[in-house]
Each structure stands twice: as C-alpha cells, then as structure tokens.
Design a protein around this ligand. Structure first.
Ligand code: BTN
Length: 285
C-alpha cells in the first residue's frame, strides 16, 4: 500500500507520523472523478461539517477529507459521533473521513444503503448491515455513515453529496454506549486506519458512480444477504412492532406487522431489535 505523510501535522515529535495512502487513492480515483483530491488533516471539528461549509461557499470539487481526530464528530439523527480522546484516536483508534462529490442520480432512494453496502463489502465478508446503513459485526456497531447534500447551483440537477464514514479500528474508550461497539481489529487483527482507508475509499467512489447510473435496485439482493435484522422482531421509535423482511428495490425496510407489510422509508425512524438489550438507534459507533 503506497503511503504519504499527513500534511497538517500537529503531533509531538516523539510519535511516528501516521502514513496515509493519499497519493495512491488519488491516482486510483482521478480517472473516474476528474479533479479529485485527497486531503489528510491531523484535527478538525468534523469532516462532514468542513465539506458542507465548503459546498455552501461554492466549493464543489470532488475530495476525500480524512481527519486523524475530530473534535465535534456528528452522527445521524443529530447525534454526536464520539471519537476517541486525543492521542488515542491519533494513534489509530478510529478512521474518520468524508467523501464529497457532485452526484445526479435520477433517484436518490437507497443511496445510504448503497454506501453502507460498499463499506461493509470492502472491509470483510463477515460484516453485516443494520438498516439503513450501520455496519455491524456480531450484533455490535463497527461503523456508521452520515450523508448530507448541498445545492450545486440553480441550473444544476446535481447535488453535492458529502458521505461521512466513521469506523472503529481499535476498541473505543467511550463507556455506556447504547449499542455495544465492535472494532475492525477484532475482524482484521493488526489492521491500521490507513489500510482500512485504502480498502474502502476507491471502492466507495466506484459504488457512488455506479449508484448514480443504476440506482439501488441492482444492489437489493446483496444488501439483503448482509441484512443483520432479516427475520428478527424489531420495534420502531414510533412504537410499531414487526418482523424485519429485508429491503425492497428502493431500499425501504419491509416490516411484517399485525396490520400487514409496511414499507419504512424514513431515515428518522430508529429501530430496536426485540428480545435483546441491543439498541440500534444509537448514534455512537
Ligand atoms: C452514525 O452512525 O450516526 C453516523 C456516524 C458518522 C460519523 C462520521 S465520522 C466522519 C464524518 N464526520 C462526521 O462528523 N461524521 C461522519
């Protein structure tokens, strides 16, 4: 894996700088995404917030922004994404990055599922997906995804998509998470954040470009094969109870309830597996 050192480095002299495959990723992706750049920063509030700020300021170039540490990481449903404290994350406790690019799919439905599927498939065949896009290992949350979009300007059908991914690499220090955490080192012993990035990022660009052309429908069978909840009794945050039956061709969760099959489309719905202390509604890793 070819690597280069972080550009904006605030680490102490004593520690070895982390090496990132920035150049290799840029070269692997640029043909598909002209103008694509890779940036690595030692610290930022949130990679998603930064790319959204840039987009609102009219900066819509395709970019991968990797942060060795986030001070205000954000999760889905307005939650916080708790990073490791200070040095622990800098030393490789988590991989946090956002990919920003203009996209113009005819139908945006299922985008977040397509992203989750790509990340899971790039990392390890034993990983599973918890609708809409959490990545689980052995019923614990290993990675989370936050997707936001911004206008590309009045005339354009495209929107600038910011796809944020947070992956636990080592055991998180945070205690009392509503969802127990998993970490990639359990699945791929000795893995470094840079290696995880190399596995995930070029494949994610490819997945987004394919989604733009074909939408979610071709991915439905693959998603359902990795579905962590299929056949399980689940409850929604609005009180609905049913048995999860996988997703349909636009990524809606199919829930068999006492009143029949319901299609759940709102990402604002949180899910909890019944007969288990595991809550799937957390924003923590
Ligand atoms: C979730 O599970 O609720 C989504 C978590 C997404 C976290 C990632 S880390 C990189 C990017 N920047 C953020 O502030 N959030 C996303």
């Amino acid at each position: 894996m070819p690597t280069c050192q972080v550009r904006d480095c605030e680490r102490s002299q004593a520690r070895q700088p982390m090496r990132w495959p920035a150049e290799a990723i840029q070269e692997a992706v640029v043909e598909q995404l002209p103008g694509f750049a890779v940036e690595v920063v030692s610290q930022i509030d949130s990679t998603n917030s930064e790319l959204m700020r840039r987009a609102r300021a009219g900066r819509l170039e395709p970019v991968l922004l990797v942060a060795e540490r986030q001070t205000s990481g954000r999760g889905r449903l307005g939650r916080q994404w708790f990073s490791q404290q200070g040095a622990e994350q800098t030393l490789g406790g988590a991989l946090t990055f956002s990919l920003g690019l203009p996209l113009s799919p005819p139908d945006w439905s299922g985008l977040s599922l397509a992203v989750g599927l790509s990340v899971a498939q790039s990392l390890h065949p034993d990983l599973r997906l918890k609708w809409p896009n959490d990545i689980w290992w052995q019923a614990r949350k290993l990675a989370g995804i936050l997707i936001e979009t911004a206008n590309c300007g009045d005339q354009s059908a495209a929107r600038y998509a910011v796809v944020g991914v947070g992956i636990n690499i080592r055991e998180p220090a945070a205690q009392g998470l509503a969802t127990p955490a998993a970490w990639l080192d359990e699945v791929l012993p000795g893995v470094a954040p840079a290696q995880a990035l190399w596995r995930v990022a070029p494949a994610l660009v490819q997945a987004l470009k394919t989604f733009e052309l074909r939408g979610f429908a071709p991915l439905q069978p693959q998603f359902n094969r990795l579905d962590a909840l299929g056949g399980s009794a689940v409850s929604l945050s609005d009180g609905t109870v049913g048995v999860a039956q996988g997703v349909d061709g636009v990524g809606a969760l199919q829930l068999q309830t006492a009143d029949g099959l319901q299609r759940i489309t709102s990402a604002e719905v949180s899910l909890r597996r019944l007969n288990s202390s595991t809550s799937a509604s957390t924003g923590h890793p």
